[in-house]
Design a protein around this ligand. Sequence first.
Ligand SMILES: Nc1ncnc2c1ncn2[C@@H]1O[C@H](COP(=O)(O)OP(=O)(O)OP(=O)(O)O)[C@@H](O)[C@H]1O
Length: 648
Amino acid sequence: MNKTAQMQHIDRVLSVAHDVHADDTETDPIRRSWKRCIKDYGLDPARSPAARIVPSQQLREHQEQIEEFLRVARAGMEQMYKRISGSDYVLLLSDAEGITVDYIGHESAAHELKPAGLYLGADWSETYAGTCAVGTCLVERKPITCHQDEHFGTSHIGLTCTSAPLFDPEGKFLAVLDMSALRSPREKDSQLLAVHLTSMYAQMIEDANFLRHFRNDWILRLGSTWELVDVSGDAMLAFNEDGLVVGANTGARHLFSAAVGRKLEDLFGKSVSDIWRVARSSYGGERSLITSELSRSFYISVMHPQRCSTSRPSLPATAARDYPALDRLAGEDPQMQRLLDQAKRLVNRRLNILVHGETGTGKEVLAKALHESSERAKQPFIAVNCAAIPESLIESELFGYTAGTFTGARNKGMKGLILQSDGGTLFLDEIGDMPLHLQTRLLRVLSEREVLPLGAEKAVPVNLTVIAASHRDLRNLISEGKFREDLYYRLCGATLHLPSLRDRADRDYLVEKILREEAELLNADGRLSGAARQLLLCFSWPGNVRQLRNVLRYALALADGEEILPEHLPREVTDSIMPGAMALLPAARHADVYVGALAVEPESARLLRSLRNNKWNVTAVSAELDICRATVYRQMKKFGIVPPNRQS
Ligand SMILES: Nc1ncnc2c1ncn2[C@@H]1O[C@H](COP(=O)(O)OP(=O)(O)OP(=O)(O)O)[C@@H](O)[C@H]1O
């Protein structure tokens, strides 16, 4: 901006700030801020300070204050940045004091961005930087666009910045999300999309933080659209097993004057079990609920707590048990229960699903169970491992070919796997290994819902539901240019993350289930000795459930109808135990003898330590470890821990 324009800007700011009669000062947040800058903070638009980047130690102190929230926010910012990458915008996250505690932007432009304050550590408080999107949002607590010469100081008047506030789960002001650029068109309207995007991601981050905070409570989502209420309710209420509201997100706080501390019955005029029944109904009309307080109707859905609760008297125990194929996949593991709950909501939603998980965690098993639970269950389930088919064959295998397309091919041509799965489910395992040119063809099939076999002139319509899986991070493959971003978004109508076996608390359930299945195949009586069971529960399972199945198959064969002992297990399992522990195992009588084995398992070791410290008082242990008493007993049983007074 030239000198004359700068002088005009300074005059304008000063005249607005000193004009006590200006009508619009009360309604326009920018002008209100100009007044504050001059009258309250004593700033001078002619002496606009250079950007201030706080020293790294100070930055770390600011970050540490909101460390957990930052992790959630980072995930949201990365997703948001993907949507705007290629444009010249950067993303800033500032804390409640205006310090930029996280930032995403092009490092190649750092030499321009840093002096302008569009950088990590920049101080955007209104008292220092004057009117700006972050600082003014901190004061106004609503979304703001501060476009070019709406900034207070002349050093910022080239920037365009849009921000939205973020509140913590208790409704306290927490941070500001900001999207800024060094250059933009002259018209402020050019930033309309930025306003929507920033507000949308701010709400998404805030809600993710709310769900993290209340992960051990029940969540009631309220939405105005039936199709979306499971994934993005407009309002969320967290409640405990007595139906008492313990938290309300920003949407719910706007709806209800005071929801926290009240019973759901008060707000909706229905009992918790009625609300639960409505939430479980699969039909749109039946899933709506009218609030007695607002006389407004909402579609609702209910999410389970992650951790087991001691009691849930008002919630019918059978409510979540509608899909046996899915229910069979896990025992009492909170992560798996959450995943299955999520999976059940996706059944018959006509969404493509992406399943992540280490090798052998059961991605295909989950895909099959989703298929069997759906109304497509009688149609084919076709599984293709993209890494296992040679690249030269994968195209013809998937898309098929017409007669005479290749020499040596079948005379009549071949119906490809995509058409074979018409009406059913196509499971594409190791999708990250699919060659790029086939990704383009698959994208076309998904968007146009038709396939063009090799050599064919006419496309064939196909009704396709794809579940894709990968043990590699597809987002990394996208950034390396090895996976198409548009295909990724087509595939991830929903994403499910399977935990690795070592992180599952239901290993004993899987051991029993797979042992039964494998023993049945051998027509044998599969029994595990206590010592062998401990070894299986303590092993780290790098090959996950597949490895567990292989180990049990091997042990059954070696035990030859007898009880499975440690010596029937493969060396990879027995050798993983701490030296010395093996010698103790076969002779073991009491749980304490297994401590050597348990020491490799933090969960069981922690439980044992807590039991000993609390003199085997289960109530005290339950309070110390923040788990219910029933879980303490279940875990003791699982890890074979016997209290001293029960040891013979
Ligand atoms: N919940 C489960 N219950 C019983 N068996 C399971 C379960 N999950 C996985 N398995 C077994 O583990 C083995 C591997 O499962 P699956 O092929 O689904 O894993 P994956 O994650 O798709 O593996 P990969 O990454 O190698 O493709 C199979 O033998 C399967 O039967």
